[in-house]
Design a protein around this ligand. Sequence first.
Ligand code: AMP
Length: 391
Amino acid sequence: MFNKKTIADIDLKGKKVLVRVDYNVPIKEGKVSDDTRIKAAMPTVKYMLDKGAALILCSHLGRPKEGPDPQFSMKPVAEHLSKLLGKPVAFAEDCIGPVAEKAAKELKPGDVLVLENTRFHKEETKNNEEMSRQLASLAEMFVNDAFGSAHRAHSSTEGVAHILPAVAGFLMEKEIQYLGGAIADPKRPFVAILGGAKISDKIGVIRNLLTKADSVLIGGGMANTFFKAQGYPVGDSLVEDEALDTARELLQVSTDKLRLPVDVVIADSMDPTAAIKTMSMGPVPDGWRILDVGPETVASFAKVIANAGTVVWNGPMGVFEDPRFNQGTFGLAKAVAESNATSIIGGGDSVSAVNKAGLADKITHISTGGGASLEMLEGLALPGVAALLDK
Ligand code: AMP
């Protein structure tokens, strides 16, 4: 199924290995405030250290605009990793050039070095060949375990993989086995749940899933554009008029698969004092807006989910950050957790909803990559993976 070489296929003893990880984690007051992504790549890091490799870990963090910016430094990540590993972790204040070269040269088997943010060089996101060469010069081989960045062809994700022998880490392998497996060979019925703010971000995903899934359940802001396409006034709801034609077309071609909310929670503003009510789907009164799916929708979607063999979910059912509009998202999270289906959740918001609901351990696979998981659901090849050695 996963046709790329992994770290299990190569000899790591005594090797210096450049590892692209996704350590793009939130930093608060100079400390890592959520280490989910660091922990997710731990099996790869530990396995390679056990096998006697010396590791040079690199990642981007945030979106620094103009070169080095202390708020996006990887230093707190190196410190946090040191705590998790229970051993010293060296840090180089640049990811390429003399500082990185010196630090990499000093490494012995079992040592770990974290490089400074790859995006402190603007060449990174341009997939600049010279930058890839400089990164490659630090090591003898390259491992990509950064699933969350695999949809980007950047110097440290794709470029470098053309210069050094390059294989996948265990997190990359696991992510692709679950997401790719769901798309290529799902246990049926295969149910996809899509929500979030906008339909335009996910049109490719909806199209691809309509060809692969048995049911596509739509909620969140993106349902509003479908409602408007059906001819309902939607009041002040978030709508994308430029996507109306697409919504009409999708409704026409897939009446049997596409399911929209049957009831919605509406409010007359977003203020703390807003009036809120639940209505069966129909014309939304002027001045009101849809902010969540209603209980009947949760119940009917839950029935479809209970019967599923595979469930893939991306995007919340409503403005779940506000407790007044989180019942739809939490209700679906519960339905997914209670089902016996292979369940796969991707996208920061759906993942955070499942975490907040305390249901994360009931989900088969929680993806660490929002954009990358969406591109997989869209059926696109990920450049960071395509560049790795075939099995
Ligand atoms: P996305 O990044 O596309 O997955 O969208 C996530 C965002 O969609 C969250 O911040 C939600 O608050 C928002 N959202 C979900 N449902 C609605 C809705 N009915 N109206 C406006 N925003 C929504």
